[in-house]
Design a protein around this ligand. Structure first.
Ligand SMILES: NC(=O)c1ccc[n+]([C@@H]2O[C@H](COP(=O)([O-])OP(=O)(O)OC[C@H]3O[C@@H](n4cnc5c(N)ncnc54)[C@H](OP(=O)(O)O)[C@@H]3O)[C@@H](O)[C@H]2O)c1
Length: 327
């Protein structure tokens, strides 16, 4: 079957063996798959590894076959993939055995995938195939960061640098769904406009003087994923005693932190990553309740996946990028 793979240091369309469902597993015929920044880091992490790996964490499709003992799903059902492997119940951090689909296990950029029946959920009926493909990873990450770790409430203000990011487009919508005030930043004027259309109350230029722009505002919560380029400036707009949640570091993993300013400010710093299956189901219920639609920026054919990787690398997107696997 056709797949977008990494093999011997190269990204290419390749031919992978058709998967077969063992006991407790299902084979899903993928209609669409979703790209995440993680996918573009994998070639560097695998280096010259000779064994072919199908990339991709997110996807949506139809159940093609079912292994022994699977009773909760039927052939032909429309489903989405949960890429947070083996993290079923809520916990402060992922359990031992947790991994993200798409390395080391073969992922979703293929015509078919075999996966444990515990890792799929029914596709929300109000979503298109393109929207369904990009819900799990970014939606779940945003939901846990905003609500479980960040504890955002309706009467609070959240600050989100990098409004164009896939996760940020969920953060904006989830926060507005509960009635919170949302302030974002982006380097792009076009993306600032789109963020305002999505519901953000204020959209600042990432390169402006935020403290000057935010006179009169109280930031209760910051959700950071840009990393070194913005982390200290984000901390600088947070109210004393406020919360900051970090789930990514697009620009660099290391930052200089003024510990004295940090402890005098009594800030609360939380790390977050993806989320449990319980949180995924809560997120799906939230999306259904508020009829939230993921923001799909562009759709590429699976054959053009390499082009989609460059598009993400250059941060051109506002929202999510989709690969169309089959019509
Ligand atoms: N821990 C987890 O479970 C988890 C899950 C998902 C994502 N992540 C991580 O979280 C980060 C965001 O993910 P994503 O998929 O939402 O990202 P994305 O769609 O690739 O977007 C990244 C955004 O960062 C901003 N940015 C990039 N370079 C910048 C710079 N030099 N200065 C200021 N802003 C810059 C851009 O915003 P503008 O273009 O608007 O300026 C860009 O849209 C990534 O690092 C990803 O690996 C982690």
């Amino acid at each position: 079957m056709k797949a977008f793979i990494h093999e011997s240091g190269k990204l290419k369309i390749g031919d992978m063996k058709e998967p077969v469902a063992s006991a407790g597993e299902v084979v899903v015929a993928l209609r669409t798959a979703g790209l995440n920044r993680r996918d573009i880091y994998i070639p560097t992490r695998r280096g010259e590894e000779a064994e072919a790996l199908t990339l991709g964490s997110d996807g949506a499709g139809v159940i093609d076959s079912i292994g022994e003992g699977v009773t909760e799903f039927e052939v032909g059902e429309e489903v989405i993939i949960n890429p947070a492997l083996r993290w079923y119940t809520n916990s402060d951090a992922p359990p031992a055995g947790f991994d993200i689909l798409g390395m080391p296990d073969n992922g979703t950029f293929a015509e078919k995938i075999v996966i444990s029946a515990g890792q799929i959920e029914k596709k929300p009926a109000h979503l298109s195939w393109e929207e369904a493909a990009v819900l799990s990873l970014a939606g779940l990450t945003g939901y846990r960061a905003l609500f479980t770790k960040g504890g955002l409430k309706a009467d609070e203000t959240v600050f989100i640098p990098g409004a164009g990011s896939g996760v940020a487009t969920y953060l904006i919508q989830f926060a507005k769904n509960i009635g919170a005030r949302v302030i974002v930043t982006s380097r792009s004027e076009e993306k600032r406009k789109l963020a305002l259309q999505l519901g953000a109350d204020i959209a600042l230029d990432t390169n402006s003087d935020w403290n000057k722009e935010l006179v009169g505002e109280t930031i209760d919560l910051v959700i950071e994923s840009v990393g070194r380029a913005t982390f200290n400036r984000s901390l600088g707009v947070l109210k004393k005693g406020g919360r900051i949640v970090v789930f990514g570091a697009t620009t660099d993993d290391t930052v200089d932190l003024d510990l004295r300013a940090f402890f005098y400010g009594q800030y609360q710093l939380f790390g977050s990553t993806l989320g449990s299956r319980e949180e995924l189901r809560d997120m799906i219920a939230h999306v259904e309740k508020y009829e939230t639609h993921p923001i799909v920026d562009r759709v590429f054919n699976l054959d053009d996946a390499a082009e989609a990787f460059v598009y993400i690398e250059e941060s051109k997107q506002f929202g999510k990028v989709v690969l169309r696997v089959t019509e």
